[in-house]
Design a protein around this ligand. Structure first.
Ligand code: AMP
Length: 131
């Protein structure tokens, strides 16, 4: 089965990338639940989050903190919510979501933002992540 996120890692398809290092990549969710909804993935191709080795898992949590701080700085949201679902895309990932109300954490309600808006959000988060 095609790993769509591997295609993003390999730059075979475009994405709004906000962060990259040797082990992880973060980019905007193409169908966000709220503006700023970001996905953090490991570069290693593993389907289930909890099948990642312990070192990768702990590094990923530390990396998610860095990305979340960039999201928080961008949106001035109350919290950044974290979710692991993985029912759709078979490449481990964390959802990082700017939250002001519990309703913001609704995965049955996706939105679509125009390209220029996604680009603006991407650049703002990128600039607010301390590397
Ligand atoms: P899940 O596997 O249920 O955690 O959901 C996968 C998430 O990946 C969904 O929120 C999708 O909108 C998102 N997604 C799927 N394809 C892409 C893509 N090419 N670029 C960015 N986000 C994507």
């Amino acid at each position: 089965m095609t790993d769509i996120f591997l295609k993003i890692i390999n730059r075979e398809i475009p994405a709004y990338i906000v962060y990259e290092d040797s082990d992880f990549l973060a980019f905007l969710d193409i169908n966000p639940v709220v503006p700023g909804h970001t996905l953090l993935i490991p570069k290693v191709c593993i389907d289930y989050f909890y099948d990642l080795d312990n070192q990768t898992l702990s590094n990923m949590i530390i990396c998610s903190k860095k990305i979340s701080e960039g999201i928080q700085k961008t949106f001035h949201c109350k919290k950044v919510g974290t979710a692991v679902i993985g029912l759709d895309v078979k490449h481990a990932h964390m959802h990082l979501i700017p939250l002001n109300a519990v309703e913001d954490f609704n995965f049955s309600k996706h939105i679509q933002l125009p390209q220029h808006e996604m680009m603006k959000i991407c650049n703002n988060i990128k600039n607010n992540i301390n590397t």
